[in-house]
Design a protein. Structure first.
Ligand SMILES: [Fe+2]
Ligand SMILES: [Fe+2]
Length: 175
């Protein structure tokens, strides 16, 4: 359906409704948070931010990022995807893939949180272990999650926005 409603025509030829805009805005929030987290991680990797300073900076942000993402996926999985998938038979396979993505992302999200905890624990061991190694492992997990997430957000928009444009939003609770 994306062929009929290409991205370049969103908001110009084809109107983006309130529900579609809500999706794009929510996804943009995640993109911004992800970019900010990634910048911080790079600073820590390059030594521009000390490990302890980085830990204090990223811990609350990572918490709200991972929590927000989890909540968003739950709303999609339970509230919207079943209704969207039922609306057009051609989309069933696409929504199944997005659902699989959510499981994969959830695993990455848990590994990310575990790597973050390990890093913080190493810092709390007061010099008994080198925090660089734990930081590298965290950074690797974080970058894996971010790149998977960026792809997912785009794939999801390519499926949902055309559907909303095609069928109108009223039947999905939009306006
Ligand atoms: Fe999603
Ligand atoms: Fe989403």
């Amino acid at each position: 359906m994306i062929e009929q409603y290409p991205r370049a025509e969103w908001g110009t030829v084809h109107t983006i409704g309130g529900l579609g805009q809500f999706w794009l805005d929510r996804h943009d929030d995640f993109r911004q948070m992800a970019a900010m987290m990634d910048q911080g991680t790079n600073k820590a990797l390059e030594g521009e931010m000390q490990p302890m300073e980085f830990a204090q900076w990223f811990a609350p942000r990572l918490n709200s990022f991972l929590g927000g993402l989890n909540g968003h996926h739950q709303i999609e999985d339970y509230q919207y995807f079943p209704v969207f998938a039922a609306a057009d038979d051609r989309l069933k396979g696409g929504f199944d893939l997005l659902d699989e993505d959510h499981h994969l992302l959830h695993d990455m999200l848990e590994r990310n949180a575990a790597a973050a905890n390990d890093f913080i624990q190493v810092l709390q061991s007061e010099g008994q272990q080198d925090p660089r190694k734990a930081l590298d492992i965290y950074a690797q997990e974080a970058k894996g999650l971010l790149s998977g997430l960026m792809r997912h957000l785009e794939d999801e928009e390519d499926l949902i926005l055309p559907l909303l444009m095609d069928q109108g939003e009223a039947k999905f609770g939009g306006y």
